[in-house]
Ligand binder design. Structure first.
Ligand code: IPE
Ligand code: IPE
Ligand code: MG
Length: 251
């Protein structure tokens, strides 16, 4: 992150008009690594590697734009269904990424949080995630929720189980109480969800939290989704009229 900072201060960026509104919480479905690689006649793993590289730049850009919380979809509970070799490659990449980036992220004020189930991951990865969360817990420049081994429906089922286990009487189960039992408990809902590579579906990403999020879908593959593309998404967000079921004062 640190070294890439200067590269991001391009004249193009400086001349960009300021945004009237910056979403507090942005979710990204980082999709299209495989197709990016295929288009270049490279193995899919290369796409994942390039996708991880890209994340450093987007994190820096998110901080610069003033986004407070970024939730990235890195590995879904359904992604275990991929060929063993791809899953193994992805797990190795996460290990490598943590080892290489953690100190830099911590230094840059990023607070890491895990959004997803620990069970099912290797013990060494669980340990790394716990350490990263602990090491960065007092940072406040950007909250980075890493949705890893995450599935929205299963998150809801876990929340229901936890509420029952806690012996909470049914009449006390409200929307706000329920939200607190999700992995994002205590955080504001996402305002904007970006999906790269063109698929028009949520793939089980934050079904509860994104009930009123604005969606932005771009055909650009994740490894090519750069700061200028993020700016485009934020501009489009500024054009949206959010109503939350009501009416705005000018309508
Ligand atoms: C997203 O890219 C990364 C993960 C799901 C881990 P994909 O691997 O889904 O890339 P496509 O969709 O096959 O192009
Ligand atoms: C969603 O992408 C999951 C992540 C980006 C981690 P997928 O590539 O797994 O989604 P589907 O299978 O096309 O719906
Ligand atoms: Mg995909």
């Amino acid at each position: 992150m640190g070294n890439s900072k200067n590269a991001l201060k391009s004249p193009e960026k400086i001349s960009r008009p300021a945004l009237a509104t910056v979403p507090r919480h942005v979710g990204i479905i980082m999709d299209g690594n495989g197709r990016w690689a295929k288009a270049k006649k490279l193995p899919r793993t290369m796409g994942h590697r390039q996708g991880a590289e890209n994340l450093r730049h987007i994190l820096e850009a998110a901080v610069d734009f003033g986004i407070e919380i970024l939730t990235i979809y890195a590995f879904s509970t359904e992604n275990w269904n991929r060929p063993k070799s791809e899953v193994k490659g992805l797990m190795n990449l996460f290990h490598y990424y943590f080892d290489r980036e953690l100190d830099e992220l911590a230094k840059n004020g990023v607070q890491l949080r895990h959004v997803g189930h620990m069970a099912g991951m290797s013990l060494s990865l669980q340990k790394k995630i716990r350490k990263a969360v602990e090491q960065t817990k007092n940072n406040n420049r950007l909250i980075l929720n890493v949705a890893f081994n995450y599935g929205g429906r299963s998150e809801i089922v876990h929340a229901v189980q936890a509420i029952i286990k806690a012996g909470i009487p049914p009449e006390q189960v409200t929307e706000s109480l329920f939200s607190r039992y999700l992995y994002t408990g205590g955080q504001p809902d996402p305002d904007l969800i970006i999906r790269t590579s063109g698929e028009l579906r949520t793939s089980n990403f934050l079904p509860w939290q994104a009930a009123y999020a604005e969606y932005y879908i771009t055909p650009v593959y994740w490894p090519d989704f750069n700061e200028a593309e993020l700016y485009k998404a934020l501009l489009e967000f500024n054009r949206r009229k959010r109503r939350f079921g009501g009416l705005n004062s000018d309508e």
